[in-house]
Design a protein around this ligand. Structure first.
Ligand code: HAM
Length: 406
């Protein structure tokens, strides 16, 4: 469970601010749900046979001997919250963010506590909502300067199609069980669909002759999938991937992931899909829904900060004797005048020279310097730290005007 330091979080904040702008432009509202939920919520949604529930939940008994779990994902909690509020008949467009917990084997890009920012469109049938979410994903990637990625997409059909394909797959695999890789044998009884995305060569070989999912989904579903691909193929690398089934049981209909080679083996930085039956499954009314979640630790690795405009930093350097009400006020007035600039006060007893060194080291482009002489004359020194280090004397009002327009 990694710590996050200021140097990591600079990128996170940049990423979040871009996303919040996009959510605002799509008129999506924030929702917050608790980190702890009843374990049953996840076994009934993500699914008992999924690795997430079966092996990766952080579960324990509370003081009342009820089993509760740290949330491994966000969608189930959101559906629970809407059912509890009896709002399934309404339409909701919501976003959420926060830590998720999965007891996975830690490796590069895979953590036991990680963060997601997700979007859920609740109460929307297959159609325009699927389209809108995919265009939102493209917009997110574009706004972050991420262009080298593939959007893998598939259609799992409705619940009946999914069930009959599973049955047929099991029927085919059972007599050939010895040809399956050990890992996949275990999945045969619990979660046969996941065998489709096996990376094991013996399983891949066997699957060549297995029933094909596309033979089980309706013509309408196929046309819808192909329509999405053709709508976006000029804007990104979008590819139908028949083996994409996703690791959570609640999906039916469209499913998708965005992957990037730059991330190594844990290459998915966003995953999602449609889950039309989840509300029913959790005891609520019909609420056809679709959503996605971004893995924040992974997506920030794809953002190149060098390409992004850096925020301006100014050092506020005051000689020890002049740290008083008057200079506090100047710093305060500057922050009020333009809070997009970081005004760095060194809060130390160091000499002007040593504070200037700190300002240079911490990436300040300019410095405001106030020594005894300046203070007496109600003036400041404005110093450009970038190249020749030119400086000028300004009145406090001139400084504020300069600062506003920086
Ligand atoms: P998911 O594919 O399990 O989907 O997770 C979404 C994203 O979270 C992944 O693509 C990945 O970037 C990130 N992620 C998952 N596990 C880890 C981990 N252990 N360490 C780091 N990052 C990780 C869901 O969670 C669904 N709830 C998404 C969704 C929303 N579907 C519909 N609505």
């Amino acid at each position: 469970m990694p710590d996050l330091f200021p140097e990591d979080l600079e990128k996170w904040h940049y990423f979040e601010s871009k996303l919040f702008q996009i959510f605002h432009s799509f008129d999506i509202n924030e929702i917050r749900t608790p980190l702890l939920e009843s374990t049953e919520l996840f076994s009934r949604s993500v699914g008992n046979s999924s690795d997430i529930v079966n092996k990766e939940l952080y579960s324990f008994l509370d003081r009342n001997k009820e089993s509760i779990s740290l949330r491994p994902e966000g969608s189930a909690s959101i559906i629970r919250a809407i059912i509890q509020k009896k709002q399934e008949q309404d339409k909701h467009k919501v976003w959420y963010q926060g830590p998720m917990f999965r007891y996975e084997r830690p490796q590069k890009g895979r953590f036991r506590q990680f963060h997601q920012i997700g979007v859920e469109y609740l109460g929307f049938d297959e159609g325009a909502a699927d389209h809108e979410l995919i265009s939102m994903i493209l917009q997110i990637n574009q706004s972050l300067g991420i262009s080298e990625y593939t959007l893998k997409i598939n259609h799992l059909g409705d619940a009946d199609a999914k069930e009959s394909f599973c049955k047929s797959l099991v029927k085919f695999l059972e007599p050939n069980v010895n040809e399956l890789h050990e890992k996949d044998k275990a999945r045969l009884g619990s979660n046969p669909l996941r065998i489709l995305d096996s990376k094991e060569s013996s399983t891949i070989e066997l699957l060549k002759n297995a029933p094909k999912y596309q033979d089980f989904i309706s013509e309408e579903s196929k046309v819808f999938l192909e329509g999405l691909v053709s709508a976006f193929k000029d804007q990104c690398d979008i590819q139908i991937d028949q083996s994409l089934v996703r690791g959570l049981d609640y999906y039916t209909g469209i499913v998708f992931e965005t992957v990037s080679k730059e991330l190594g083996s844990q290459d998915a930085f966003l995953g999602g899909g449609r889950y039309d039956n989840l509300s029913n499954q959790l005891g609520g009314k019909d609420m056809h829904s679709i959503g996605f979640a971004i893995g924040v630790e992974r997506i920030v690795q794809l953002i190149n900060m060098d390409d992004l405009s850096q925020k301006i930093k100014v050092g506020f350097i005051v000689s020890e004797e002049q740290i008083n009400k008057k200079t506090y006020k100047i710093a305060n007035d500057l922050r009020l005048a333009n809070n997009s600039i970081s005004l760095n006060t060194f809060l130390s007893n160091g000499s002007i020279k040593s504070q200037l060194r700190k300002a240079n080291k911490s990436g300040c482009s300019f410095a405001v310097i106030i020594g005894e002489q300046e203070s007496k004359n109600n003036q400041v020194i404005w110093k450009d730290l970038r190249e020749k280090g030119e400086q000028e004397i300004l009145s406090v009002q001139e400084l504020i005007n300069q600062y506003i327009n920086l």
